[in-house]
Structure formats: structure tokens, C-alpha cells
Design a protein around this ligand. Structure first.
Ligand SMILES: [Zn+2]
Length: 411
């Protein structure tokens, strides 16, 4: 494969304290060589001087089984996993076109997204690298228990489990099915009909067994956690990431900072749910979305102030939250006071660390050449990352997979 030099307006490498003006990104055999000042001999030059070159973006919280439809429950409970997987495949392409080269899925029925992950990894279908948990482990009547009372669903997003033995079996079942990590519901949430976001669901004992079983098997654990009691219980039980973290208080933030537990706030979720005043949402969803909105923003600001490590994740797939506008999350974080460079790190190097990936998320020598090239400077205006027309190039392992300039890439 050709040695290529991307001559940029500036390079944001994902780890540095500032961008590198006029940086030249050198790529060889699908890997980053280094950021140079000029084009060395033997390299093919690609001129993107009106662009910023940055690591391929990472979204740490997506639901590929959903496409932003209001009637998400019907889509989840009616469609067979085979159809869900095919729909997810189309959505994966949208993410790639938006500059996202890695995503962490946060739960899907059966093995729908695990199968898609494997198909993408095998080169059968275009899409970002996917990490998937399989189903979401949830208590009976918990946030991800969508089956109506008395109905046993053949498939569903949630895997219902109770008691230490039940949660241990659930973790083992998802690992057997191919889970990269385990996701469970520590508290209630907004989208289901029966739970309350503020209330803890699994007991701390159950969480402890679930997390230690997953860790023993080499899997990280993500907790859907919104109420402060459930957040703290999950942290004490050893969780790796807190998803949403809506009612985070100072004590919880302190625990997270001390233990290095990441927060994936998903500001896009409550922002998008209330777009157009939540038209068409079931009344219980609308009520809960309104109840959590302010607390969500306050929790984020507190975490930012207290130095909790924050990672970008959108919850894309949920109502009014389509795949492809994932950089909205960066814009919302900046609006709440995070610097544009920090927001980019939250969606690149810090996200990669959260996912346990050590060779993506930055443009450091030797890393996989997953790269996004956008017209303009996201440090001046973070919004340029949301504009599809500005995506000039998306590289995956050094190969062009999307962007308006992809035809210019040398063979
Ligand atoms: Zn979610």
C-alpha cells in the first residue's frame, strides 16, 4: 500500500495540549507513522490544507437496534432480530459517513448487533468498529424489562435476572453469546413504562456479583445509572463506566474521580427527547424526560467541575436521536463549559481508553489509521463536526471509506 502524507491546515492528535498547525500526517500500511512538518520522500501527497485532521471519532453509547423512531417499543418488540440486524447495518454506514470509526453499542435484542459487529470486522459490510454487550442485564420490572406483565418475549433488549445466581448466569450467557463487555441497569430510566430514573434497581450485592463475574472473565462493565443511590452503589461495586449519571451529586463525583470511573453523560438523549416538545412520545416518557432535563445538565456541570473523566456518548437510536448527528454531543458539552479540545478528547483518546482499546483514538505513532478530515477548525467552532458537507475524508485502517474527497485518495 502507498505511503500517504495528509497535508493539513491543522492536526488534532487526540492527546496533545493544542493542535499542530500545518501538520502532515504520515500513514503507511494502515498505521500512523507520525505527524511531520513536511512531506518526506517516498510519500504520496494528499492536500487537505483547508481541513483539520483528527482521529476517527468514537461514540461510547449508541443503540444500533433503534433508528430514532418515536414508536421504539414496537420496533424493539415486533421486529425479529434478523431484521433488526439488517436495519442496524444501514445505520452503521450513517455513523461512518459522519466520521465515527468506532462505537460502543449499548444493548440490542438477541445477537443482532454482535452479528453485525462480526460482519463489519470480517469486511463484509461497511461500518465503524463495534463493541457490543449483547443484551442489557436488568432486574424483573427494571428499566430494560420491556416485556408486558405475563408475557415472555422470545427476544428483547433486556435480559431479566434476579439474585446473585441469576445475575451471574446472565453475565455468563452474554459472554457466551459474544459480549465484549457487560451492561446492566443500576437504576430506572426514562424510556420504559414502569421504572423511575431516581430509584436503584439491583441491590448492591447483585451488582457486586455481576461486576466481579464480568471482570473475572476480562470484561468491563457499564451501568445505566441515573439516581445518585444507584450510581454510588454501582461505583462501590466496582463498575467501570456510569451511563447518564443524571442525579450525580458531589459525593458520587468525588468517588468517580478518585477511582477513575468514567462518566458517559449522553446529553443528546434528554436534549433530543424534548425537541419539538417530545411530540408523539408516550406520556410517561415525556413526564420523565421533563423531570430529568435540568438535573442532567447540572450533573454534567458538577462532573466537569470536579474533574470526573467524561466520555462522549449520545444514546443515538432513541426517539428523535438519529445516528449520524452524534457530534451534537460535543456541541452540547462545549455549550455546558467544556473546551472544544477536551470535547474532542472525550470523543477520541478518552473514549478509546474507556473501551479498553489502546491502538485507536489518537494519531500517535503505530496506531491504527482511523482518521476523520473535516473542512474548517472544530477548535473555533465545534459545530463543524456536525456538518456532513464538511466531512472531506474518513479513513479506516488507512483506507478511505467516506467523505467528499475520498476519490482523491491514491490507489
Ligand atoms: Zn442508552
Amino acid at each position: 500500500m502507498a505511503k500517504v502524507a495528509l497535508v493539513s491546515g491543522s492536526v488534532i492528535d487526540g492527546v496533545g495540549l493544542e493542535s499542530i498547525r500545518g501538520g502532515v500526517l504520515l500513514i503507511e500500511d494502515g498505521r500512523i507513522v507520525r505527524v511531520a512538518r513536511r512531506v518526506p520522500r517516498g510519500y504520496m501527497k494528499v492536500d487537505v490544507r483547508d481541513c483539520t485532521v483528527l482521529p476517527g471519532l468514537i461514540d461510547a453509547h449508541v443503540h444500533l437496534c433503534l433508528g430514532g423512531e418515536v414508536n421504539f417499543e414496537t420496533a424493539l418488540l415486533r421486529d425479529p432480530p434478523e431484521l433488526i440486524a439488517l436495519r442496524a447495518a444501514a445505520r452503521a454506514q450513517e455513523l461512518l459517513r459522519a466520521g465515527y470509526t468506532t462505537v460502543r453499542d449499548m444493548g440490542a435484542p438477541a445477537r443482532a448487533v454482535i452479528a453485525l459487529r462480526d460482519a463489519v470486522a470480517a469486511g463484509l459490510l461497511p461500518g465503524p468498529r463495534i463493541l457490543a454487550p449483547g443484551r442489557v442485564v436488568t432486574a424483573t420490572g427494571g428499566h430494560a424489562d420491556f416485556a408486558p406483565e405475563g408475557v415472555v418475549h422470545r427476544w428483547g433488549l433486556g435480559l431479566v435476572a434476579d439474585g446473585p445466581d441469576g445475575v451471574r448466569r446472565a453475565v455468563r450467557a452474554e459472554i457466551k453469546a459474544g459480549a465484549d463487555f457487560i451492561k446492566f441497569c443500576a437504576t430506572g430510566g426514562v424510556l420504559d413504562p414502569q421504572s423511575e430514573p431516581g430509584l436503584q434497581e439491583f441491590s448492591e450485592e447483585e451488582m457486586g456479583v455481576l461486576i466481579s463475574e464480568a471482570h473475572r472473565m476480562g470484561r468491563k462493565v457499564a451501568a445505566h445509572a441515573q439516581g445518585e443511590g444507584g450510581i454510588k452503589a454501582a461505583i462501590r461495586a466496582g463498575v467501570d463506566t456510569i451511563e447518564h449519571g443524571i442525579f450525580l451529586d458531589e459525593a458520587a463525583a468525588e468517588m468517580m474521580r478518585e477511582r477513575g470511573v468514567y462518566l458517559v453523560p449522553t446529553l443528546s438523549a434528554s436534549h433530543n427527547l424534548l425537541r419539538e416538545e417530545g411530540k408523539g412520545l408516550p406520556p410517561h416518557v415525556l413526564r420523565k424526560a421533563r423531570e430529568v432535563r435540568e438535573a442532567h445538565l447540572e450533573g454534567f456541570s458538577l462532573a466537569l467541575r470536579m474533574g470526573v473523566p467524561i466520555v462522549a456518548g449520545t444514546d443515538s437510536g432513541i426517539p428523535f436521536c438519529p445516528h449520524g448527528d452524534n457530534a451534537l454531543e460535543l456541541a452540547l458539552m462545549v455549550k455546558q463549559g467544556m473546551s472544544p479540545l477536551e470535547a474532542i478528547k472525550a470523543a477520541t483518546s478518552r473514549a478509546a481508553a474507556t473501551l479498553g482499546l489502546d491502538d485507536v483514538g489518537s494519531l500517535e505513532p503505530g496506531n491504527i489509521a482511523d482518521v476523520a478530515v473535516v473542512r474548517g477548525d472544530p477548535l473555533d467552532d465545534i459545530g463543524v463536526l456536525r456538518d456532513r458537507a464538511r466531512i472531506a475524508l474518513v479513513l479506516q485502517e488507512g483506507k478511505p471509506v467516506a467523505g467528499s474527497e475520498r476519490e482523491r485518495w491514491p490507489e
